[in-house]
Write a protein that binds this ligand. Structure first.
Ligand SMILES: [Zn+2]
Length: 343
């Protein structure tokens, strides 16, 4: 399945096994404002149909890449190589170079990867092989993972496939890689930029993973969030995610001057800045509640159950990799970096 749409000059390329914009996010999304069909409460749905059903539902999921100018941001999961290849073949051939709405499509000259996860970097090796004119760049912090490979648990292989390793053409530094303070975002005049024909600022946004990088286009007010957003009220976390790092990243990214959000799971998100703020507010509110319950002597498991409900099918399918208890433990742990007080 390959769907293409244009929002504010950005082409949203959605790939997946089946059409219908079924979101791949397996958490509840009460504030979803995009045109997703089954995204409202996939957690409850999968509880009802069981773990095998969850595999099927997630298999139905779709994933987005974005083309802005001649730059492609992310390249989809390895089991979606066929539509990704079809898309690139189409845009690299001038005779078919028309996007929806009839605007001319520039050939892709550059691929920027937001982070190493297989659903974002999964076709980089094949693009390098079959489309040698496309230069592939990734955050410096992703290079070792992309070159040497990384653990892909069974449930992720079932959903997205296992990516081949790739030696990309180049790398870039994301700003603020070692700082948690939004106050230290460099002024526009001295921000380093990347992008073939646009000035894109790569901003470090660790939390989801250590190399998570969002792509900020200040001239157009666009933010390509990779997996920083996904949902405004997450109820669980992977055990390799760090919620405190993410809270710092959300503050940093929200301090930047942008107004349009492009999310790798949701595509174009109307009210994206408001929803990203809601994600930050949700974490802060849940941290305050978890701290209070912790002082009352409740176990982490009991706190998770009280705040987020019982573990859902994804917990079992991922063999505990996704868990509500992990989120509570993260919220109660000391941040690696000093986090500014809540405004
Ligand atoms: Zn990811």
């Amino acid at each position: 399945m390959l769907e293409r749409a244009i929002h504010q000059g950005v082409e949203v390329i959605r790939v997946g096994l089946f059409p219908g914009r079924i979101n791949t996010t397996v958490v509840r999304m009460p504030n979803c404002t995009t045109k997703m069909v089954l995204s409202v409460d996939v957690g409850t749905l999968t509880n009802a149909i069981g773990v095998l059903g969850l595999v099927l539902v997630v298999k139905l999921g779709t994933k987005c890449m974005f083309r802005t100018g001649s730059t492609l941001i992310d390249c989809g999961p390895p089991n979606q190589w066929s539509p990704v290849k079809a898309y690139l073949t189409s845009v690299q051939t001038s005779a078919q170079g028309l996007a929806p709405g009839g605007s001319a499509v520039q050939p892709v000259k550059e691929l920027l990867i937001t982070h190493h996860h297989e659903d974002h970097s999964g076709n980089a090796a094949r693009i390098k092989r079959d489309f040698p004119s496309i230069s592939i760049r990734a955050p410096k912090t992703s290079l070792k993972l992309l070159t040497e490979g990384f653990e892909v648990q069974m449930y992720r292989r079932l959903v997205w496939g296992k990516p081949p390793t790739v030696d990309v053409h180049g790398s870039f530094d994301a700003i603020l890689a070692d700082s948690a303070s939004s106050a230290s975002v460099p002024p526009p005049a001295i921000r380093p930029t990347i992008g073939h024909d646009l000035s894109i600022v790569p901003v470090a946004a660790p939390g989801h993973c250590s190399d998570m990088t969002v792509m900020f286009d200040p001239a157009r007010g666009h933010l390509f969030s990779g997996d920083l957003f996904v949902t405004s009220k997450p109820l669980m976390m992977r055990n390799d995610e760090d919620v405190n790092d993410e809270i710092a990243s959300l503050r940093r990214v929200l301090s930047l001057d942008w107004n349009t959000l492009f999310c790798a799971h949701r595509g174009f998100v109307s009210d994206g800045k408001k929803l990203l703020q809601q994600r930050l507010d949700h974490f802060l509110e849940m941290r305050a509640k978890a701290t209070e319950l912790n002082h009352q002597g409740l176990s982490h498991r009991a706190i998770a159950s009280k705040l987020f409900g019982k573990e859902e099918a994804l917990y079992y399918l991922s063999r505990g990799h996704f868990s509500k208890k992990h989120l509570v433990e993260g919220l109660l742990s000391a941040p690696h970096h000093p986090v500014p007080p809540t405004e």
